[in-house]
Design a binder for this molecule. Structure first.
Ligand code: FAD
Length: 394
């Protein structure tokens, strides 16, 4: 298929204007002061997440039959982009969107029936996604947490790190090894996904330890010590979990990329306004090309990245393969937002360091996305190997 015909049936024009406007209206109730206070205290933005849930935005991917609005990933991306463009942080709640694909595509009818309506109303939060481990990092298939079949369930042992929002979620989507590495043909086999109810797990084999980080992300370490979980927590088929998680990872990359586009918009808007108003040497600093051109460059870069985000979202919505586009979208958008952040700080001079401008906070927050949920090098390795046919590098 030529690149042109590949693009023929995807909709790059869907812009979700009404949805974006509604999200922005909600976000005006949560201005910089709100996010700054949460950041200072490293507190979870419960009020914001609750209001976003009540307004139905976090259930946008849940089908209507389960109480959601049944929209596609493009709508979810638009919601997160708007939150970030107004200075907020979707990192408090975005996992509910990117884990949804795994539950919808591979969850049993019983799991969907018992969880989705409650997630849609906000009675339950699905905000924790447990993949990364301290000793194996990006090399996911080597993970050491095991779920061993015992009687009518599984016994989980191991450790996870950087599992965000675990203390604020009712459900954890967990990846663990159910068949030892030595007994599987491919390293991607033998891993399984479980939907674990936190209330049954905490204190009964699961311990959560918060990690204080440079951003307010409610991230934690998880310790599993003979945690017993029922067989009904298994999502899909045993041993096939890695492919389920990979499916969900494309959605995750697109949604994080959309957040980065929102961040870039925030920085560019802030920098443009300031460069028009701030007068030094008798004229607005934006009249100097040394100030104006970096703003223009950040704009051009973020617009280009936004096109790739749209393409990836449109392909995913059309049920078409989107691995290269989702990865490129995440890489380009995270770089565009970081360049915009640096430009915005530079444009503001010393004032960029003052907390009340929100630039230093957003600067810290947007830096994460070149590392999580996947680092730039790993994306480059993926493009090299899977798109360009170069030798495997990891
Ligand atoms: C705030 C925060 C929140 C997070 N939330 C979650 C979460 O909710 N759930 C979850 O499962 N995980 C989460 N993560 C984990 C995140 O996905 C990982 O940090 C990320 O995938 C990178 O893994 P690592 O930190 O182990 O780095 P490593 O794998 O140790 O890599 C370290 C560095 O080496 C580079 N590198 C490694 N191997 C190669 C190679 N072969 N070639 C070139 N470069 C290489 C990497 O690019 C990286 O820059 C979070 C992380 C953070 C910081």
């Amino acid at each position: 298929m030529s690149p042109i015909s590949e693009n023929a049936s995807i909709d790059l024009d869907a812009d979700h204007d009404d949805l974006r406007g509604a999200v922005r209206a909600l976000c005006t109730k949560y201005p910089g002061e709100y996010w700054r206070a949460k950041d200072r205290e490293r507190a979870y933005p419960t009020e914001f997440v609750t209001e976003l849930t009540k307004a139905g935005f976090l259930a946008c991917l849940i089908p209507e039959e389960f109480g959601g609005s049944g929209l596609g990933i493009g709508a979810a991306a638009a919601i997160l982009e708007e939150i970030h463009s107004t200075g907020g942080n979707g990192g408090a709640c975005h996992a509910q969107m990117y884990t949804m694909g795994t539950v919808l595509k591979h969850g049993s009818a019983a799991q969907k029936q018992s969880y989705l309506p409650k997630i849609a109303t906000g009675e339950l939060r699905l905000q924790a996604f447990g993949v990364t481990e301290p000793s194996t990092g990006s090399d996911t298939t080597q993970l050491r947490t095991t779920a061993e079949r015992m009687g009518n369930g599984y016994v989980v042992n191991g450790q996870k790190v950087w599992i965000s929002r675990a203390e604020h979620s009712d459900l954890l989507l967990l990846l663990a090894r159910t068949t030892p590495k030595e007994k599987v043909a491919k390293r991607t086999d033998g891993l399984s996904v479980f939907l674990v109810e936190m209330k049954d797990a905490i204190g009964h084999g699961l311990t959560i330890r918060p990690i204080r980080t440079m951003i307010n992300h409610a991230t934690t370490e998880l310790f599993f010590d003979n945690l017993q979980i029922p067989a009904s927590t298994l999502v899909g088929e045993e041993g096939k979990g890695f492919s389920y998680i990979l499916d969900g990872m494309n959605a995750e990359r697109i949604l994080i990329a959309a957040e980065c586009i929102g961040d870039a918009r925030f920085f560019i808007e802030k920098a443009s306004s300031y460069a028009k108003e701030r007068v030094v040497f008798g004229r607005p600093i934006g009249a100097n090309q040394g100030v104006q051109f970096p703003i223009a460059r950040a704009y051009a870069e973020s617009q280009a990245a936004a096109l790739m985000v749209k393409k990836a979202a449109a392909l995913l919505e059309a049920g078409r393969p989107c691995g290269p586009e989702a990865n490129m979208a995440k890489m380009l958008a995270s770089e565009a937002s970081w360049h915009a952040a640096d430009m915005c700080l530079q444009t503001h001079g010393g004032f960029g360091f003052a907390e009340e401008y929100d630039i230093e906070r957003k600067f810290r927050e947007t830096r994460l996305y070149q590392i999580a949920p996947i680092s730039t090098n790993l994306i480059l390795g993926y493009i090299g190997q899977h798109v360009l046919g170069l030798p495997r590098s990891y």
